[in-house]
Write a protein that binds this ligand. Sequence first.
Ligand code: GLN
Length: 282
Amino acid sequence: MKKFFKIMVAVLLLATLVGACFAFTACNNNGDDNTLIVATNCEFEPFEYLNDDGKPTGIDMDIAAAIANELGMKLEIKDMAFDSVVGSVAAGTCDIAMAGLTVTEERKQSVNFTQTYFSSSQVVIAKTGDSILDIVVEDPENKEELSAAIAQVEAMLNGKRVGVQNGTTGYSYVSGDSDDYAGVAGATAVGFTSGALAVQAMLAGNVDYVIIDKVPAEKLIAANQGTSVSNVVLTGEDYAFGIAKNNTELLNKVNAALEKLIENGTIEEIFQKYGYTSGLGD
Ligand code: GLN
């Protein structure tokens, strides 16, 4: 009988070990080469957000489906905190970061970027009537006018608390980082898990302004009465998708798919479905 129990314990132990191995493989994308696992943060309308049924929706999500279709792969979306998106791809738990992700030198140290598909900028959201909104750029192509306006905006941010989303270029623009941004003198970045929470904090008086990407900023002010967006574009950024450094095979495949989807007009159609233009034809 004793021997029987020993065998049972050994079998159970083995089963647990095997189970653990399977669980590990399931978390690691190398276990299923035919599923494209996308890391994103569904707090960034119109690029990625949850629709009324709680399903990931938006420009990047449609592009993800189109790319998976081109590659003959199944698609899995992993919605996570924005500041985990790049790390999860670098670590290999997800295949591709698709999150309105700006190409930065800092991020290039951990992932490779595909070709870019949209140009963006940081902008200030303020309470309607705030004097920062009086700084207006008539001609954004006029570099001198633009840099004078940026200097005026930055002077007004001095001494202010600025709500930003954690891990974003908006955060880096305010606080500075090692490669891309010098930071705004005297401004304090206050991190939130989403732009929506940052705007609520501004309306509650806990931060003075919010800085976030331009197109999501327009969505946020439309959803929050009493807020407006500054027309001064503070940065010049490009969005691309991030792929692990050691996965150049996928990088090449995604770039080829993206190229085709740009050429055959699919990407532009997707942008237009959400009321925007990709600017890729310019
Ligand atoms: N474009 C910004 C960045 O890459 C914000 C992206 C986001 O919040 N999803 O940091």
